[in-house]
Ligand binder design. Sequence first.
Ligand SMILES: *Cc1c(COP(=O)(O)O)cnc(C)c1O
Length: 222
Amino acid sequence: MSNSISENIARFSAGLPEDVTLVAVSKTKPNSAIMEAYDAGQRVFGENKIQEMCQKHEELPKDIQWHMIGHVQRNKVKYMAPFVAMIHGIDTLKLLQEVNKRALQQQRVIPCLLQVHIATESSKFGFSAEEIRNIFKEDSLNTLEGVSIRGLMGMASNTPDEEQVKKEFSGLHALYEEMKTLHPGMDTLSMGMSGDYEMAIACGSNMVRVGSSIFGARNYKI
Ligand SMILES: *Cc1c(COP(=O)(O)O)cnc(C)c1O
């Protein structure tokens, strides 16, 4: 990726449909990279480690909306509860209850997405479609006043097989529409990353989580 971060933000802002929110995934990236995107107008950023997100929140402008897109450990929810703008990876009811508890302590309502397992890989977290249907039928969501279930999130298989990816995204979109009839307050379907966001949008996504296409490849420490 030879374009600058600000050029990439401008390209995405101009290219995405108006109703699609861009979450700029800044995990592992330094504050300077985030500020370059911020100065280009980006305000929504995604992180996958709570500690890293908390540190960046402390150091960076307070009008940034921080989305937690990674797997969440329950004992760390309290650190992000004061400020997190949305949690994408709710994958157990116990985690949702913990978010509810910490949100109420902060006198907040935290927007959450339930993560659905749609990929063929077994390593990815999330509820099955059947579990999602049961959760919404039981109506237990409405009793949690500290959380607002805004929709669903999913990650497609990491495969060059576009038909497979399309099948997974379309399936999640159908489940989202089905659950919306039970929970009309939902407005967010988070699916699509650098490699598959166009397909995700074609399949009904309205929130994409894009990292490397904006910030360049990540250098993971070994
Ligand atoms: C890292 C990550 C992304 C962004 O991935 P890219 O391929 O760099 O765009 C999106 N979603 C989740 C959950 C991630 O962990």
